[in-house]
Design a protein around this ligand. Structure first.
Ligand SMILES: NC(=O)c1ccc[n+]([C@@H]2O[C@H](COP(=O)([O-])OP(=O)(O)OC[C@H]3O[C@@H](n4cnc5c(N)ncnc54)[C@H](OP(=O)(O)O)[C@@H]3O)[C@@H](O)[C@H]2O)c1
Length: 297
């Protein structure tokens, strides 16, 4: 995934088509509008319910360059148009896009809609959503414990669902625009991930795309709730020295004690970029005691 932020007026060049290198037989396929299928080199679909994440990483595994570099995913991806197209396509397939407040704060001008990230396919993204009888746009869901959200953010001004703690809700009701729905989900210092996802399903969101950063993803993985991972491997080295540069997961250590294997189910290529799709093995939902394995920062 390209890091999200881009000035609303910045032109996004047209993507060159991806080339399919491998795809597992028997995957769920929705019939994409022909222009999308041509760019993606095939159809795409999801078994429901499905929670899938999208990330771009450098060859040395960096997804976030550190707090002093907002929208660092854009830098990691080099704003590759094919990557932006895949981001848009994955959003166009989703009932809801889930992010943590860290990602919202790091992308001050972004909107998490298909056409914002790849405007050239706006008509076909809309057609796909119409064919699938989805809402015009996926609902943006922002998870925050602190309630520290920038009220002037364009994604909040156009409307979002804010999943937060009781304390966060108290803070937010005073300054968020009325376009936002605030959902208090408990008194604790952090929300229970299974409860957040159950709440989304109760709203009819069965296909959910996570564009959260490493902290929230760590919790989705920790709670055993992530079904699929789309990973763009960007042909660049990011390096690490004194700044904290996270890989895909922060706040959770897995190996050597916990083994989380993944099956490669699709691989595509555009020039030196690889677009990988993995299935994470099904895990039973975590219990109330087992879903606080990450930290919120
Ligand atoms: N390369 C990529 O593909 C990619 C993708 C996404 C993001 N990023 C980058 O990642 C960086 C942001 O990383 P991040 O880890 O901070 O983002 P994040 O995981 O999206 O957001 C973390 C925040 O989410 C909230 N949160 C997480 N778990 C929670 C829980 N259980 N209950 C309540 N709130 C919870 C907390 O917000 P509060 O602090 O408000 O409580 C926490 O600080 C940015 O630089 C962004 O550009 C890169």
């Amino acid at each position: 995934m390209a890091g999200p932020d881009t000035a609303p007026t910045a032109p996004v060049p047209r993507a060159e088509p991806l080339t399919r290198l491998y795809e597992e037989a028997g995957l769920q396929r929705w019939s994409l509008p022909p222009a999308l299928a041509a760019l993606y080199d095939g159809d795409l679909g999801f078994s429901k319910p499905c929670l899938y994440a999208n990330f771009v990483a450098s060859l040395d595994g960096v997804v976030a360059l550190g707090p002093e570099y907002p929208s660092s995913g854009s830098t990691v991806s080099g704003r590759e148009p094919a990557d932006r197209f895949v981001m848009g396509l994955l959003r166009a397939c989703a009932d809801a896009v889930l992010i943590g407040a860290g990602t919202l704060r790091a992308s001050p001008r972004h909107r998490w809609t298909p056409e914002h990230v790849y405007p050239a396919a706006a008509t076909d993204f809309a057609l796909l959503r119409q064919q699938r009888r989805c809402a015009i746009e996926p609902e943006l869901v922002v998870v925050t414990a602190s309630g520290n959200l920038p009220a002037e953010h364009p994604a909040l001004r156009t409307g979002a669902l804010i999943a937060t703690t009781t304390q966060g809700a108290d803070r937010l009701t005073r300054h968020l625009p009325p376009t936002c729905t605030i959902l208090p989900l408990g008194d604790g210092p952090a929300l229970r991930i299974p409860q957040v996802l159950d709440t989304l399903r109760a709203r009819g969101h069965t296909t959910v795309l996570s564009e959260a950063g490493p902290h929230l993803i760590g919790q989705l993985v920790g709670a055993g709730t992530l079904n699929e991972l789309f990973l763009t491997l960007s042909p660049v080295l990011a390096g690490r020295a004194s700044t904290t540069r996270h890989g895909l997961i922060a706040g959770l250590e897995l190996l050597p004690k916990r083994h989380e294997p993944a099956d490669l189910i699709s691989a595509r290529r555009r020039a030196s970029y690889l677009f990988l799709r993995y299935r994470l093995p099904h895990r039973p939902p975590a219990t109330d005691d087992g879903d606080h394995q990450g930290s919120t920062h």
